[in-house]
Design a protein around this ligand. Structure first.
Ligand code: FAD
Ligand code: SF4
Ligand code: SF4
Ligand code: SF4
Length: 541
């Protein structure tokens, strides 16, 4: 039928509207970097693996994830998830629970027995890794993927580093740790346990290694000078936590005081409770706001009955009691003594004041540079001695398992390039998909899925895992909350709204392209793209 008064475009009727040369801006498709990806210390392509998970394609999601991080079941449990702190969805309702989906994929991979791919070609180069903590394991995995022969020398009786001898079982069950470590070893990584390296250059020479990655961590508990009577029981938190992996359980007594304000102090106090202490008290010299421990861990500890004494320092330790001085914060936020003292009953005192690095294996390596007890590395993770790289807790950086994993990956890529006589050039970073690029109103409300938690009574007396995982339907729902920031998810909006039919659909998974002969540069596609995957650029660029 004729349309007498109004001109209505049927699909395809605009094909004759060749634009001519008057357009000053044109749209281009691009991939922007989502803020979650940008914030992950392991460099995970989170948006990329969530995209597969959203479609229920879990193995593809896991395979995308492990390109950067070989331990998702572990990281989904212990990582402090800076990805979520930066997730754009927090401006809509709550961040995507990325760690929970990561954990779901990691656990599923263990259940299904998914394996890593073996290297396609072998280079014949031999790399020595010192330390089987997260950094050493990550480096070994990435080096192996790149085709190198890898040997790990580990001083301890089991692999895992602080993931085994620091992080308690109630946060990281050992069967999960064992499964993800074993999968790395099955790629053909050689692991020598109970083999402490005492002289790096000799070990490298004897083993004919072409390069080395050092990841010995920081294991020497710092001591504060506290005058103590002979019979006072004082131990450091790391030794306490490590002893739980052995046969005998440490004797702490009924009243345990932990001195410090970091996550290790929280773990030591929560562990003391589980070992039967009726009172576990953390003494910290500043306030809760200034405490380095993460808020959720403080909260979990308080739920379990751990007590915290703020603005207090320990002045003297004697059998059965401690002398504690009250502090006040000065105008700069530093604690200052008040001269007011009180007595605190304590059967044992656990010091959680941080750890130093044991550098003794490096004593014969000439020309190394150090910074505050840690070895200095450049942006390629190489020390000042050519061919010796280092990462994790022993280099100046944030001390987390995820940062350690990221260092291992970065070092592996640079070691690979160094062995080939080239330089690893990381890809140019994409521009950030900040929240102003996202049309949040396109996304429907979807409350965050909550992970189940063990009841508090069981938490106080057992080492059972406290936080549970998401089931499949909740993990799928959570993955679908992702807004795919900066990356086209083929919603067809641009295709549908273009008044000039200048958008060409290339088919499932292939996205779209513009037909610039018909685009007049109106920018409607940019305005209506939910996730900021199109931008306008000046015509002459
Ligand atoms: C109690 C506690 C709880 C923590 N909780 C968390 C958490 O929840 N989330 C998080 O992200 N991070 C956490 N961390 C920090 C995290 O565990 C560390 O940052 C991380 O393990 C560092 O990894 P790494 O590989 O550098 O060193 P490590 O994990 O310390 O591993 C170093 C390995 O090297 C071995 N080694 C040392 N010297 C030698 C030698 N000379 N020869 C051979 N082997 C050697 C050691 O035996 C060890 O196995 C926690 C730390 C502690 C202490
Ligand atoms: S490793 Fe940590 S920061 Fe990276 S995706 Fe997992 S939870 Fe997020
Ligand atoms: S919404 Fe998705 S892509 Fe965007 S920041 Fe969050 S997890 Fe990343
Ligand atoms: S509008 Fe939809 S289909 Fe078009 S680029 Fe954006 S996400 Fe992709």
């Amino acid at each position: 039928m004729e349309k007498p008064f109004a001109i209505t475009l049927n699909v395809g009727s605009s094909l004759a509207n060749l634009t001519g040369s008057w357009r000053t801006f044109r749209p281009v498709y691009l991939d922007r970097l989502p803020p979650c990806n940008h914030a992950c210390p392991a460099g995970e392509n989170i948006q990329g693996w969530l995209f597969h998970a959203e479609a229920g394609n879990y193995e593809a999601a896991w395979r995308e994830l492990i390109r950067n991080n070989p331990m998702p079941a572990i990281m989904g449990r212990v990582c402090y998830h800076p990805c979520e702190t930066n997730c754009n969805r927090r401006h809509v309702d709550e961040p995507v629970s990325i760690h929970a989906v990561e954990r779901f994929l990691g656990d599923l991979a263990i259940r299904k027995g998914w394996q890593f791919e073996m290297p396609e070609t072998l280079t014949g180069k031999r790399v020595l890794v010192i330390g089987a903590g997260p950094s050493g394991l990550s480096a070994a995995y990435h080096l192996r993927r790149l085709g190198h022969e890898v040997t790990i020398r580990e001083a301890g009786p089991m692999a895992g580093g602080m993931m085994r001898f620091g992080i308690p079982k109630y946060r990281l069950p050992r069967e999960v740790l064992d499964a993800e470590v074993q999968r790395i070893l099955e790629m053909g990584v050689d692991l020598a346990l109970n083999t402490k390296c005492v002289d790096l250059l000799t070990t490298m020479k004897e083993g004919k290694f072409d390069a080395a990655f050092l990841a010995v961590g920081a294991h020497i508990g710092k001591r504060a000078y506290i005058p103590a009577g002979d019979s006072a029981t004082i131990l450091d938190a790391v030794s306490l936590l490590r002893s739980l992996e052995g046969e005998g359980q440490p004797m702490l007594g009924r009243r345990v005081v932990v001195y410090g304000g970091g996550n290790t102090a929280i773990d030591a106090a929560r562990t003391a409770k589980r070992l039967g202490a009726t009172e576990a008290i953390i003494v910290y010299r500043r306030t809760r706001e200034k405490m380095p421990a993460h808020d959720f861990e403080v909260e979990e500890a308080l739920q379990e009955g751990v007590m915290i004494k703020w603005l207090s320092t320990i002045k003297q330790a004697d059998q059965g009691e401690l002398m504690v001085e009250k502090m006040v914060l000065d105008e700069k936020g530093f604690p200052q003594p008040t001269g007011e003292f009180e007595t605190l009953e304590a059967d044992s005192l656990v010091l959680a004041l941080g750890q130093d690095v044991d550098m003794s294996l490096l004593h014969k390596v000439p020309g190394l540079e150090f910074d505050n007890g840690m070895v200095k590395v450049d942006s390629s993770m190489m020390t000042t001695y050519p061919g010796i790289f280092a990462g994790g807790d022993m280099v100046p950086s944030e001390r987390t398992a995820t940062v350690a994993i990221g260092h291992g990956k970065q070092a592996a890529r640079n070691i690979d390039a160094w062995l080939r006589g080239t330089k690893h050039v990381p890809p140019e970073p994409h521009e950030l998909a900040s929240i102003d690029k996202i049309n949040t109103w396109y996304y429907s409300d979807a409350p965050k899925m909550v992970q189940p938690a063990l009841d508090v009574v069981r938490r106080q007396s057992t080492f059972e895992e406290v936080v549970g995982g998401l089931n499949e339907s909740n993990a799928l729902f959570e993955a679908r909350r992702c807004m795919s920031c900066g990356n086209c998810f083929e919603c067809d909006n641009c295709y549908g709204v273009c008044p000039d039919n200048a958008v060409i659909k290339l088919g499932p998974g292939k996205r779209f392209e513009f037909n610039y002969d018909y685009c007049k540069g109106c920018g409607i596609c940019v305005a209506e793209c939910p996730c900021g995957a199109i931008k306008m650029v000046p015509e002459n660029t």
